[in-house]
Design a binder for this molecule. Structure first.
Ligand code: ADP
Ligand code: MG
Length: 678
């Protein structure tokens, strides 16, 4: 319906300047946008209930107006209109405030459906300002829209009825007939009519399914064209694969899964038809850093630059150290660049990055700021990828001419979700942990057992081990710092007054964080009280206990990540989840962690219970605003991505004439995201 998107909404009968102004607040400017303003939900008007004396709360009743309205003025000037309605089983008082016209809208002796809230008062039941509709017209599902002040649901319904009349008899459907046939989708005209005014529940479901499907399909195709690293540019290949040389220098033997992943990456960047676009998925502790280091090594040896981007400063610093250690005795220069470095340090780092002295640059999102100019960047690695948005990744890629992309994630991402997040990528899975890793024993306790947990920690520390306690915090960035500090202070004063306790949280200065971390790594700090800043990547093999307060506040995948901070060395390790939330859901959720250490199972459970929020993180994910689809809708996601593949098979660049509607839908959807299309 491209033309309807160019037609101002005032073309709809009944929508004047004032209404248009209100609709604008809902971002509705055109007839097309009005039609795509789908109901939030539906009221079911097909099953009225009898008006018994016990009836209370939201209800649909079918009743006759038995008295005329009596109108009086309340103190304060408000108008009160009262009348009685009844059915075979009872009667109640109907109340409207400030509605001058109500007595002319409802006629004595006529039967209506009333939908609204019933309250019990001293004088019997009453129903305040219900919506109503004459019997014979109002059966079925009634659409309920998100509204804005001054715009009632009734008005919206009227506007939409009128807007639907503007649909041409032959609506051009962006979905080709063969796709609709294959995936059993109704045509656009039917979908539009039935999504707003369905005669039956089945019709509504069919309409919604078709619209959800279409939106996800458009999203999918759009993301593929933005994010696919498969540009028409010929990839820059590096000439020699030096990864074996690196691997032979490591103090440990790589697992087979690591070796396989390294060689898949090397294949991509030495011979691939396109620049590499690879996701490496490996559970916590599977050794992703060493894999990335091997690839970076080859790049540097061939005289190019690699960028290694991490989501937090702690992690960036740790990677910087790890890589520096790995490359000791070689001529590879590793440079760190983070936001909290002193200006002079940043300036220096940037100079080395620009003149090519730096071969491998490790940093946070500071890497993608304008000031950072690379000499000859050919590889971008992003760690814990799900913490970054689409835009950030695209920016990093734009720092070079034809950059190979390696994204690493410990959060196992269901395939369909990965597609939405990363577009058309190749996946390597590190499905094997280094030898000798022990299972982390996980237990769930309530706070009455906290002291026992403390004793346990003390016992471990006396055996030479170290421990983490993660504090109850919501999110890095919005943390009530005091609570972590207070918690630590309390422990230092009481339980653990004789032991070196450290604290680390996101609001600390980078040098302080770094100091604390290195003291912990050296074993000078025995117990580290932390916020979720340690969630990702932190690696101290001597730490064997992870205690997490208010565990119910975290996502399962996040808890799994936190737990992955222990069990990294040869000692038995433990994770203690503390929660006083006795809710069945909460307990069931947390006990998943006690019974499995398989990150995929855990992520799946998370997706089922919490939706996709955890995968995208709370950060801006850069996806366009969807009007009907929901990214946790598994079935539609996978069906529509299958359809996307069918369409790409048919016309890889979507240039076929029959896909014109799809092309313009993609443009329209992504206009809202502000993402650049190529
Ligand atoms: P993650 O995949 O969670 O990022 P890391 O890369 O931090 O894991 O690796 C976890 C720990 O395992 C590090 O101390 C690393 O040096 C070590 N490691 C990695 N690969 C191996 C291996 N093949 N054998 C033994 N230890 C390894
Ligand atoms: Mg890691």
């Amino acid at each position: 319906m491209p033309s309807l998107f160019e037609m101002p909404v005032t073309n709809v009968r009944g929508v004047g300047a004032a209404a248009a102004e209100l609709l604008r607040k809902l971002s509705i400017y055109s007839v097309g946008q009005l039609l795509c303003y789908y109901p939030r939900t539906y009221e079911d008007w097909s099953n009225p209930v009898p008006l018994t004396p016990f009836l209370e709360g939201q209800a649909l009743i079918k009743a006759r107006l038995t008295t005329a309205f009596a109108t009086s003025r309340l103190s304060g000037g408000r108008l009160l209109s009262n009348a009685e309605i009844s059915d075979d089983t009872g009667s109640l008082s109907l109340v409207y405030f400030n509605n001058k016209y109500i007595s002319s809208m409802l006629k004595v002796g006529e039967e209506y459906y009333f939908y609204g809230k019933i309250e019990k008062t001293l004088y019997g039941q009453r129903m305040i300002a219900p919506t109503f509709s004459p019997v014979g017209s109002g059966i079925g599902l009634h659409p309920v829209y998100n509204l804005t002040q001054g715009l009632s649901n009734k008005m919206m319904q009227r506007f939409l009825k009128e807007a639907l009349k503007l649909l041409p008899a032959e609506v051009k459907d962006p979905l080709p007939q063969w796709i609709r046939d294959k995936y059993n989708l109704c045509d656009l005209r039917t979908a539009m009519t039935d999504v707003h005014f369905p005669k039956t529940k089945e019709a509504m479901e069919k309409a919604r399914y078709r619209l959800v499907f279409e939106e996800l399909l458009i999203l999918n195709l759009g993301l593929r064209s933005i994010k696919s690293n498969k540009t028409s540019k010929a990839p820059l290949h590096i000439e020699t694969d030096y990864s074996q040389e690196f691997i032979s220098k490591l103090p440990f033997e790589l697992t087979n899964a690591q070796k396989r992943t390294v060689s898949e990456c090397m294949q991509d960047i030495t011979k691939g038809k396109y620049p590499m676009n690879r996701l490496v998925q490996g559970d916590v502790g599977s050794g992703k850093t060493a894999v990335a280091a091997a690839v970076c090594y080859s790049v540097a040896k061939c005289g190019y630059q690699a960028a290694f981007m991490a989501p937090t400063e702690i992690l960036a610093e740790q990677h910087y150290k790890t890589l520096s250690r790995f490359y000791e005795g070689t001529d590879i220069n590793v440079v760190l660049l983070t936001g909290s470095m002193k200006d002079s340090q940043k300036k220096n780092a940037r100079k080395y990055i620009e003149d090519g002295t730096a071969h491998i640059v490790v940093g946070t999102h500071t890497l993608i700021t304008e000031k950072t100019i690379f000499n000859n960047l050919i590889l971008a690695v992003t760690d814990e990828q799900h913490r970054f948005g689409v835009a950030q990744r695209t920016k990093l890629l734009s720092k070079g001419n034809s950059v190979h992309l390696l994204v690493m994630s410990a959060t196992p991402i269901p395939r369909t979700m990965g597609l939405v997040m990363y577009g058309d990528l190749d996946v390597s899975v590190i499905d094997e942990l280094p030898k000798g890793r022990q299972k982390i024993r996980t237990m769930l306790i309530d706070s009455s057992k906290r002291n026992r947990a403390y004793n346990f920690i003390r016992d471990q520390i006396s055996k030479g081990r170290q421990a983490y306690i993660v504090c109850p915090l919501v999110e890095e960035g919005e943390l009530p710092v005091a609570s972590a500090e207070e918690y630590a202070a309390e422990l230092m004063l009481s339980e653990f007054s004789d032991l070196p306790v450290g604290i680390i949280h996101g609001k600390m200065k980078s040098v302080d964080k770094e100091n604390t971390m290195s003291q912990f790594a050296k074993g000078e700090i025995k117990l580290l009280v932390a916020t979720t800043v340690i969630e990702v990547g932190v690696d101290v093999p001597n730490a064997t206990v992870m205690m997490i307060e208010n565990a119910e506040r975290f996502g399962l995948s996040q808890l799994h990540q936190l737990r992955g901070r222990v069990g990294r060395g040869e000692h038995s390790s433990y994770c203690i989840l503390v929660s006083d939330n006795k809710g069945e859901d909460s307990t069931r959720r947390l006990s998943v962690l006690c019974t499995t250490d398989n990150g995929f199972v855990i992520a799946d459970e998370d997706l089922k219970l919490r939706g996709p929020g955890d995968f995208f993180g709370s950060r801006q994910h850069g996806l366009p605003q969807l009007s009907i689809a929901d990214l946790s809708d598994y079935v539609s996601l996978s069906e529509s991505s299958a359809a996307a593949l069918d369409i790409l098979d048919f016309s890889p660049d979507l240039s076929h004439d029959s896909l014109k509607g799809i092309r313009s839908s993609i443009k329209r959807l992504f206009k809202t995201a502000g993402t650049q299309m190529n």
